[in-house]
Design a protein around this ligand. Sequence first.
Ligand code: SF4
Length: 272
Amino acid sequence: MILTPTSGFIKEAGFTHSLTPARNCTFGCTYCYVPTMRIYGGLRREDWERWGQFTTFKPDAANRLTKELRPNQVIYCSPLTDPYQPAEKDAEAMPGILEALILNPPRVFAIQTRGRLILRDIPILLRLAARTRLRVSFSVTTNRNDVRKLYEPHCAPFEERLSVIRQLRSAGIEVHATLAPILPCDPEELADALVEATQNDVIGDGLHHRSTKRYGATTRDAAFKISDHQGYSQWHQPAFQNEIYLRLKERIEGLGKRFGTGPEAFGWLAQP
Ligand code: SF4
């Protein structure tokens, strides 16, 4: 199976299935929760021990997907890898997947990515948007490039991500900015830029912490080490995160849009 029935957070948000085109992710973010899931995330030892150093695309993804698609599905792509990770440039898995979706459209298809490579597929995405409720949830984590270089050096700078969001929106594709996770940032400046770029509601999620999420996926040790070393440990603390959420909410609501966290806000991506 290439479509997986959802459970937990994604199910609570309203998605019925997830689609994961590859194992491992060549963005290799230091905080990524996926490798902490180990076999429960469908990974092999080499994936969690060498997270971000390679990826393995699932063979024959488009044909497998065609057999599994149904009109009432609400699909999230992807909780376990970035579908537009750098390795997708050569693999070109997504165009075939999108074509399969056009022929057999689900009720909703949401793409979670931070990859500018999605711009390559705008013509196909527009055809898919005419057949289903398509949303792009574009990941942004901070407006500070010094912070971005520390935690996710293989991901695009803030201005480049805003530019991708604007290009998607001006092409006619519905796009949200999703702050996941929220790294050290200037909340008000970040909020202003995201609302300007998306003209849409903003979704957020702090760095996972064992005090509030005792089991399952969590933040990688590599990010904790960076935070300890740089004096950013408070950004892992739920009480401090709540203060940041309030600042973001106040600013974004002042601009006429919603800000939310948790399954309820992620559920905005799953609405028909
Ligand atoms: S882009 Fe997403 S899946 Fe890939 S390493 Fe970063 S957080 Fe993990």
